[in-house]
Structure formats: structure tokens, C-alpha cells
Design a protein around this ligand. Structure first.
Ligand SMILES: [Zn+2]
Length: 322
């Protein structure tokens, strides 16, 4: 009987789910809308449907499937499976227990963890951090997620709250953050502030930026617009906004590195996908300047390798790494 792993990656917009082989290659990878606005009960029902589909497929093909993994936004108490907090994009999710709900319906053990933690695990086992023991993983998009591996093990801290370095304070009394506090790394280095800076600068036609007419026509800029202008036109506005954003990220990562002394920092998420190696290089250079010696000169800073499948693959193998 061939062995497979089943994973579900829950996001504020979509649910991704699939089966992967022991080498991390996905044999099924599907996406459905999460429809989180319809409430947590409906969300559990949708996740259960995905799980049934995967289990049925494995049974039809006579594949060995021993457990199911779920990655979800929020702080997850992995011993109970309860969502302990920090899930602002899914209304009513805090206090829910997807592990308990799924195990009461499915005849299979279910493991649940934070989405950035499972992505970190996937990059550690199959991706950019393969072979490393001490790893910092960060996902930079609308927000900033984080995962930490210490000596080859996911570090979850008390009630699963570790790795939330998007909410480390980098500016006292700074910008308002989604977590309710002020001055968090997330409110400076994630996509919204990058776009806000670029839009503010691009409103001034004297900059000669290619983003000025785009902003005039559409009323807003996207991460793709800004990185496109940076890469194709060396646009001064795009360059300045991206440089600042990368420096803020490096500033936060430098503090985390001083505490954890990682071998490698892996950067994933929508901003890293749009910015590619050019963005990662800016973060790398700024981090080398800002971080504490001698660790800083040895830290490898690389782009994540598994793309949008990392969440599913990481969730799928959770049972083997919990
Ligand atoms: Zn915050």
C-alpha cells in the first residue's frame, strides 16, 4: 500500500487542500472559496467536505492515509486543537476547535497548527531550509506570519503563541496594527504600508514615476504594479517604497536573529512572490547591516521554494512532526 499525506490549508479567502507523497510532491491540489463570512459552523462543514474528498480518493486508490493535518490562521493550542486567538480575518474562529470537530466526524487523527508554522515545516522538510537545523520562516503579504524551527523542531512556545514576530514592536507608539497594538513590524513591512508609501509618492507627478498614471487611472496600486515598476523600469518611487519596506522587515528580523541566531531566514508570501530574488536581496543586504555580528554575516536569507502549496504540504506532514 502506497503511503500518502492529506493536508488542508485554511485562509481568509480560500481553502486549499490536497494529498502529497512522502517526498512532498502533491498528487491532488485543489482550492475552494472559504466563505468565512458565513460563520465558523459553515467553515467547519466546508473543511469536512474537503477532508471527505481526500479520504475517499485515498480509499478508492487503496492508498495508506494515517492522519489529516490542517493549517489555519491564528494562534493554535496544538495540544487541544483550539484556536486561542489572533485570527481577525475569520469572524468567530477564536474559541473554535477544528481538531475536535473533525475528529468527531472523521475516523482519523487530525492535527491542527498555525498556517505559518506548517509552511515553515514544509520549507524545512522539502524546501529552501532543507538540511538546516535552526530556521526562521516568514511570510510577507497582507500581514506578516512567522515560524521558528530550533534544532530541527517547530518551536511553538506557550499555547502555540511563538513565531508571531509580525507583532514585535519596532516603533514605539507607531502605526496602528491589526492586532490592536501600535508600532508592530507587520504595520511597517507588510503589503499595505508598502502600497501606502508608493501611492503617496506617486501622487506627485514631478517624481516622473511610471506608477503615477497607473494610480490616476485605477485609484490604487497593487504589489505587482510596484514590483513591476521596480524591476522593469527601475522606477524611483517603487524603489524607494520597496527599499524602505525591505529595511523595516530586516529591522524586525535582525531582532529575532539576535534572540535565535538562525542559520537561515526563508521569506515567502505574496510580497516575496511579487518581488522575487530582487526583494529578497534587499532584505538580505539590510539584515546583514543591521543584525548582530558574528551571526549576521553567516545568516542565509533566501526565498521560499514551495510557493502556494507549502501550506497544504506542511499541514499534511504535521502528524509526523508533532
Ligand atoms: Zn500587531
Amino acid at each position: 500500500m502506497k503511503k500518502v499525506y492529506a493536508g488542508i490549508d485554511l485562509g481568509g479567502t480560500n481553502i486549499k487542500y490536497g494529498l502529497c507523497r512522502p517526498d512532498g510532491k502533491t498528487i491532488i491540489f485543489r482550492t475552494i472559496p472559504a466563505m468565512v463570512e458565513e460563520g465558523p459552523r459553515n467553515l467547519i462543514r466546508r473543511i469536512t467536505d474537503c477532508a471527505h474528498e481526500l479520504l475517499d480518493y485515498a480509499s478508492r486508490k487503496s492508498l495508506e492515509l494515517n492522519h489529516l493535518g490542517v493549517g489555519t490562521p491564528g494562534i493554535v493550542d496544538v495540544t487541544t486543537g483550539k484556536i486561542a486567538g489572533m485570527s481577525p480575518n475569520i469572524p468567530g474562529w477564536k474559541g473554535c476547535n477544528p481538531k475536535k470537530s473533525l475528529e468527531s466526524i472523521l475516523d482519523i487523527p487530525v492535527f491542527v497548527d498555525n498556517d505559518a508554522n506548517v509552511m515553515a515545516l514544509a520549507e524545512f522538510v522539502f524546501g529552501a531550509a532543507k538540511g538546516c537545523r535552526n530556521v526562521i520562516f516568514t511570510t510577507v503579504g497582507t500581514g506578516i506570519g512567522g515560524g521558528i524551527l530550533i534544532d530541527g523542531k517547530l518551536y511553538r512556545g506557550s499555547i502555540g503563541g511563538a513565531g508571531e514576530f509580525g507583532h514585535t514592536t519596532i516603533v514605539k507608539d507607531g502605526r496602528q496594527c491589526n492586532c490592536g497594538r501600535r508600532g508592530c513590524l507587520e504595520s511597517y513591512a507588510a503589503a499595505p504600508y508598502l502600497l501606502e508609501m508608493a501611492e503617496k509618492m506617486a501622487t506627485d507627478a514631478n517624481t516622473g514615476s511610471v506608477l503615477t498614471p497607473v494610480l490616476k487611472e485605477t485609484g490604487r496600486l497593487t504589489v505587482e504594479d510596484v514590483f513591476g515598476a521596480f524591476k522593469k523600469h527601475s522606477d524611483p518611487v517603487a524603489e524607494k517604497a520597496i527599499q524602505l519596506s525591505a529595511e523595516y522587515l530586516a529591522c524586525g528580523l535582525a531582532s529575532v536573529s539576535a534572540v535565535l541566531a538562525p542559520q537561515i531566514v526563508v521569506i515567502g508570501g505574496g510580497v516575496a512572490d511579487a518581488g522575487g530574488t530582487a526583494y529578497v536581496k534587499l532584505v538580505r543586504n539590510a539584515l546583514r547591516e543591521l543584525a548582530l555580528q558574528p551571526v549576521s554575516s553567516r545568516i542565509r536569507v533566501v526565498k521560499a521554494r514551495l510557493g502556494n502549496r507549502a501550506g497544504v504540504v506542511g499541514a499534511a506532514i504535521l502528524g509526523d512532526y508533532t
